[in-house]
Every structure is written in structure tokens, then in C-alpha cells.
Design a protein around this ligand. Structure first.
Ligand code: NDP
Length: 496
């Protein structure tokens, strides 16, 4: 018999964790009682044990680590966490697939999300990145459609290559990201061996009001699975990547990445060939070389997956002074939609959950009350602006912090123009960078051939020949050999 001390959630001790109260009758067993609080509480809580699963990025691993500044970058940002070499900042990292549900196989081909919460001394900074440097769309209104086309069909409830390819043929600005998706990097061999990219353009800002546009990249030695390996592993161990990360950290084999920025001045941005607010484009390295700023190491596993990782909420809107958003419309939409998703999934006070709470002082008396508020709620402090009354003891927490450090300088641009719908039509320019990637892929022996096979196994499931042909035509716009190679392998599987 279990002799441990157990209580109800309110503290009342109970004698046994594994016995419910019943009517005694001769044969044993009998009707239960509503007054068996322990049983009722146990069952009622169990029924509510799951919170809504993320509609995307549901399957994930997570761990804690440390960011270290390796190179002086005080000339481009006044962010405190980057202010001097060797400064360290703790962070939480959650790495996910996108389309699959929480129980899906993590070795399946997908973009991988990289959500990082840096607990800086000026508040939290979330870097919500991916393992690809670009994205499928540049108009945020397409975001739900993109994700639905990668998930389950409304009738069959099956993943459906017809709607996947139908979406991409109808929205071919996605072909650059599709090239990354179907390259070997679509199936990382380990979360410890994949890169992360900001994708969006952000800004590094300084207290004097100056700023530069930046893209951030985190690099390690990249290792990938082949199509065959990823399929076999998905059957044998759907938690392969999750397990690999947990076990490596557990045995002290701590993964590390080097952190770089690409830096572009506002003047360079105005004259640059590519629209830097278009998330389907990179900044080629030869134009904007990587500048090293730091390194990161993961060195601690979660104590509890639910509290540390599942309840974590990340948003690109979580920023610190010295780091600001750009005008990228997809980023602007994410600034709203990520906190909105967290409010739905975790409730309006999700920032108070231990895994999300900043380590820096917080004084935010105009955001109070609400469902499941478990803070001091600022006691009697005024809950309205412009008060001449003295705040109470809760204010003391942040006394001494420079007021100037509490505001993010983002108003560095002057905009003129007119409101219009976003011009997202696709031109030949959209195929230039995918073509450059095709050449990069060609530098590695056998990779182009594997690319054909990676697409073919998926595309051969498309029923309509005209839709398949439209895909070949778009790959041919990237490179005629690419279109021909995809067609040959796909049609061979179709007629098989
Ligand atoms: P570079 O030759 O300077 O850089 C190409 C980069 O491609 C490499 O640095 C490497 O990035 C990355 N890479 C290598 N193999 C693969 C692969 N199999 N799948 C995806 N990426 C790979 O060329 P450019 O900067 O002119 O870029 C050419 C193309 O490379 C772009 O169109 C883009 O698709 C891709 N790319 C560009 C990046 C950029 O920020 N400029 C970043 C990543 C990819 P890494 O060292 O980060 O692994």
C-alpha cells in the first residue's frame, strides 16, 4: 500500500490515492457517492487535463539554455543583453514541426519552428524563427489557407497532396520555401543539427534613434535524414527527434549554435534589388555577410513538459529595447496573432505562468484582473492613467530602472503613401532565388537526385494530371532540369 502523504488540491489529507468510496454489499462493489470528493475531483480534473492543442506547431521538444555574447555589437544595438562580450542571458527553446498534431511523427518532412524566449534584464525577448530562411507567403491573409492546405482534408480527414499542391500552384510565391521543404533539410536528423533563421527582417535600434535592418541566423553542423530514413523512423519512433534532444542534454552532450546577424542600413534598403519586407526572399551572403554576435547552448531539460513547454507562449511582439519589428506585413500580422492565440489557448493572463514570466521587474497596472489571475494584481495601485496618488509597495519592485529603458524605440521611419491591397502577384524575379538554391543543392553530391524523389513520392498522389503538370511547369521556371527531373520521377511512380 502506498504510504505517501496525499491531499486534495485545497490541502485536505486523504488516506489512499487508489481507493474510491462505495456502498458495501455482499459481492463487493456498489454505487458510488457524490460525497466521494476525492473521486469526483480526480475524474473531473482528468477530463480537463488537456488544453487546446496549438493549431500549428503542436508537436515539439523543449529545453533551457544560455545565450552568450561573443562579439561586441554595441555599435548597432542598445539592447542590454547584447551590451558586452561574455554577457549571458538564460533562455527557453521550443522546437516544433508545423502541420502535424501533438502525437504525430516528428521525423516527417516539414518546416521546423524555433521559438526562443530570452529572459533578458530588460524583459523577455521572443525569437520565433524557423529552420528555413524564407517562408511560403508574403501576404498574411494567406496564412490560414496555407496551413489548412498542409493539414487534413475537410471530408476525408486525411492529409491531402491534392490540396497541398493546389495551394502552391495557386500561390507560387511559395516555391522558394518549397525548395527548402523538399530538400534534405526538410527532414533534420536531429534538432541539435539544424539551423534557425529569423526569416523576417527586424531592426536593431540604438538609444540615439538610429537603426539598422537585421536578419538573424543560428548555425550548427547540419545533418539530415534521407526520405527512406525519415519514413522508417516515423514508424518505429514517432518521438525520435524529441527523444534525441532530451537524452543528449540528459547525458551532458549540450548542443550549441553560433548566432549571426546580417546588417543592412536604411539607405541600403531603399535601393536594394529585393523588397526586404518580402518573407519569400533572403539577403544573399555576398551582399550582406554574416556577422557573429553570440553563441547559444542548451544545457537543461524541462522538469515537467506541461508546465515548462506546453504552457510556454511565444510571440514576435515580445521585444526589448534595442530590438524592433520591421514593416514586413507577415511579421506585423504575427505581432497580433501570436498573443491572440495564447489568450485563446492559455487565457488572458498567460504571461503570468511561471514558464512565461519575465525575470526582469514588471510593473504593468493597466493590465489586471481577468480569468485565472494569480498575481498580486497590484493591490490598491491606481488602475487608471494620470493618477497623482502614490502607488503602493508593488511599485517598489521596479524603482531605479531607467524610464527610458522601458520604451522600445520603433518610430524611426516616416511613411508616406496610400492604403491599397498588397501586390502579391508573382513575376520572374520570384524564381531567381529558388534557382540560386537549386545551384546550392547541386553542390552536394546526389542531393538534386534525392530532391526529385522527395517531391515525387508526394506529388504522385495528386489525382489530376493537369495539376501535376502545373507543378512541373513551376519547377521548370526555377530551372528546366529541375522541372524535367521532378516530372520524370513523379510520372514513373504514377504509372507504376
Ligand atoms: P551562398 O552560397 O552564400 O549561401 C548559400 C547558403 O545555403 C549556405 O550558406 C547554406 O546556409 C545554405 N545551404 C546549403 N545547403 C543547403 C540546402 N541543402 N538547403 C538549404 N540551404 C542550404 O548563397 P546566397 O546567400 O546567395 O543564397 C543562395 C540560396 O541559398 C538562397 O536563394 C537561399 O535559398 C539559400 N540560403 C540562403 C541563405 C541566406 O541567408 N543568404 C541562408 C540559407 C539558405 P547555412 O550556412 O545557413 O546552412
Amino acid at each position: 500500500m502506498d504510504q505517501r502523504y496525499y491531499t486534495l488540491a485545497e490541502g485536505c489529507p486523504y488516506p489512499s490515492a487508489s481507493t474510491s468510496v462505495q456502498f458495501r454489499n455482499n459481492g463487493g462493489g456498489g454505487p458510488g457517492l457524490l460525497q466521494d470528493i476525492q473521486l469526483i475531483e480526480t475524474l473531473a480534473h482528468f477530463a480537463r487535463e488537456r488544453i487546446p492543442e496549438r493549431v500549428v506547431h503542436a508537436k515539439a521538444a523543449g529545453a533551457f539554455g544560455e545565450f552568450t555574447v561573443t562579439d561586441d555589437c554595441s555599435d548597432i544595438t542598445s539592447a542590454s543583453f547584447l551590451s558586452k562580450v561574455d554577457k549571458k542571458t538564460p533562455f527557453l527553446l521550443r522546437i516544433s514541426t508545423v502541420g502535424g498534431e501533438a502525437g504525430s511523427a516528428d521525423s516527417s518532412r516539414d518546416v521546423h519552428g524555433w521559438a526562443m524566449k530570452l529572459f533578458t534584464d530588460e524583459g523577455n525577448l521572443d525569437w520565433v524563427f524557423n529552420n528555413t530562411p524564407v517562408f511560403f507567403i508574403r501576404d498574411p491573409i494567406k496564412f490560414p489557407s496555407l496551413n489548412r492546405s498542409h493539414k487534413r482534408h475537410p471530408q476525408t480527414h486525411l492529409p491531402d497532396p491534392n490540396m497541398f499542391w493546389d495551394f502552391h500552384v495557386g500561390n507560387p510565391e511559395s516555391f522558394h520555401e518549397l525548395m527548402h521543404f523538399f530538400s534534405d533539410r526538410g527532414t533534420p536528423a536531429s534538432l541539435r543539427h539544424m539551423n534557425a533563421y529569423s526569416g523576417h527582417t527586424y531592426k536593431f535600434t540604438k538609444e540615439d534613434g538610429s537603426f539598422n535592418y537585421v536578419k538573424i541566423q543560428m548555425k550548427t553542423s547540419v545533418k539530415n535524414l534521407t526520405k527512406e530514413e525519415s519514413v522508417n523512423i516515423a514508424g518505429e519512433n514517432p518521438d525520435f527527434l524529441l527523444q534525441d534532444l532530451f537524452e543528449a542534454i540528459e547525458k551532458g552532450d549540450y548542443p550549441t549554435w553560433t548566432v549571426y546577424v546580417q546588417v543592412m542600413s536604411p539607405e541600403q534598403a531603399e535601393n536594394y534589388r529585393w523588397n526586404i519586407f518580402d518573407m519569400t526572399k533572403v539577403w544573399p551572403h555576398k551582399d550582406f555577410p554574416l556577422r557573429r554576435i553570440g553563441s547559444i547552448t542548451l544545457d537543461r531539460n524541462p522538469l515537467n513538459y506541461f508546465t515548462d513547454i506546453e504552457q510556454a507562449a511565444f510571440s514576435p511582439s515580445t521585444m526589448v529595447p534595442g530590438f524592433a519589428p520591421s514593416a514586413d506585413p507577415v511579421l506585423q500580422a504575427r505581432l497580433f496573432s501570436y498573443p491572440d492565440a495564447a489568450r485563446y489557448r492559455l487565457g488572458v493572463n498567460y504571461q503570468q505562468l511561471p514558464t512565461n514570466a519575465p525575470k526582469a521587474p514588471v510593473y504593468c497596472p493597466f493590465q489586471r484582473d481577468g480569468l485565472m489571475n494569480f498575481s498580486n494584481d497590484y493591490g490598491a495601485d491606481p488602475n487608471y492613467v494620470g493618477s497623482s496618488l502614490q502607488p503602493t509597495k508593488f511599485y517598489q519592485d521596479v524603482k531605479g530602472v531607467k524610464a527610458s529603458a522601458l520604451s522600445t524605440f520603433t518610430e524611426h521611419e516616416k511613411w508616406t503613401g496610400e492604403v491599397c491591397t498588397f501586390q502579391s502577384h508573382v513575376t520572374d524575379e520570384d524564381f531567381v532565388q529558388p534557382a540560386a538554391l537549386w545551384d546550392v543543392i547541386g553542390r552536394e553530391a546526389g542531393h538534386q537526385q534525392r530532391f526529385f524523389g522527395n517531391v515525387a513520392i508526394h506529388l504522385c498522389q495528386v489525382k489530376h494530371p493537369s495539376l501535376r503538370q502545373a507543378v512541373y511547369d513551376l519547377f521548370s521556371r526555377v530551372n528546366p532540369d529541375l522541372g524535367a527531373g521532378v516530372k520524370k520521377e513523379t510520372e514513373a511512380l504514377v504509372s507504376h
